[in-house]
Design a protein around this ligand. Structure first.
Ligand code: BEZ
Length: 253
């Protein structure tokens, strides 16, 4: 399945928790003044800005032209580049690569890790967090059942996301010369904003499943997904996405 055409404004207004959760990942990165750091999958630039505030020279890279445009508007003094995670190259190497909630959008993981290894200085570090195996399993299950109830196929392999286990990703990093120095896999139920939180999430991130379905039927199917998932994902007056995270730090040999 193809990647979504991002609605950068909706992302920035309704899904700002994505960069807020990145704050603790920044602590793991511990950017130092003068370091050259790549923010891979920088989105609208908020975490790149926080890295720059620590005195590092940051470059934000994102595949979405809309995200890059909004990042440049948000932080005109910073450098943002549009490019693919699986095919990027910079002439000047980086001291560190940081990536929050982005690697799960890059299923060509082998190429991504190859690019990251090539872009880092020897001894350079990678600090990343993204969805791990089982991430959003309840949401995927709800979408699958509702789409099937309306006569549409939904094969799990069609999802555009890559959610590896620690073992899979660590092995991949080692293949490209990284030494994994920290890795953890944890559940992080994530509050979605407002009564329409699940609906907004589906529109923002799962829109591709509905691309060939008429708008009025899409409405019905999303309402059906809400009904199916309310008993498990709606608690104490708010929706919670069943996020599961892989957080890791690795050093390039
Ligand atoms: C995530 O952050 O885990 C995620 C976001 C969008 C789609 C799938 C997963």
């Amino acid at each position: 399945m193809e990647q979504p055409a991002w609605n950068a404004h909706l992302y920035d207004t309704k899904h700002h928790y994505v960069s807020e959760y990145g704050d603790s990942l920044l602590e793991l990165l511990a950017p130092q003044p003068g370091e050259r750091i790549l923010d891979l999958g920088c989105g609208t630039g908020h975490l790149a800005y926080k890295i720059a505030q620590r005195g590092a020279r940051v470059v934000g890279l994102d595949n979405s032209p809309d995200m890059i445009r909004l990042a440049q508007e948000n932080y005109p003094a910073l450098e943002f580049v549009q490019g693919e995670g699986a095919a990027f190259h910079f002439d000047e190497p980086f001291d560190a690569i940081f990536s929050n909630a982005a690697l799960h959008w890059m299923p060509q993981a082998d190429e991504v890790v190859r690019c990251m290894a090539r872009a880092l200085k020897p001894g350079g570090r990678l600090v990343a967090e993204f969805g791990s195996r089982g991430n959003v399993a309840a949401i995927i299950g709800g979408m699958q059942k509702a789409l099937q109830a309306y006569g549409y196929y939904f094969l799990e392999q069609q999802t555009p996301w890559y959610f590896p286990t620690i073992g899979e990703y660590a092995a991949l990093l080692e293949r490209y010369g990284f030494r994994v120095v920290y890795a953890t896999d944890f559940d992080r139920p994530t509050p979605l904003e407002g009564e329409d939180g699940l609906r907004n999430w589906i529109v923002m991130f799962g829109g591709a499943f509905f691309r060939l379905i008429a708008a009025d039927q899409t409405e019905q199917i999303i309402a059906d997904i809400e009904t199916r998932l309310r008993p498990t994902l709606y608690r104490d007056g708010r929706w919670l996405a069943d996020y599961r995270r892989l957080r890791l730090a690795a050093v390039r040999g």
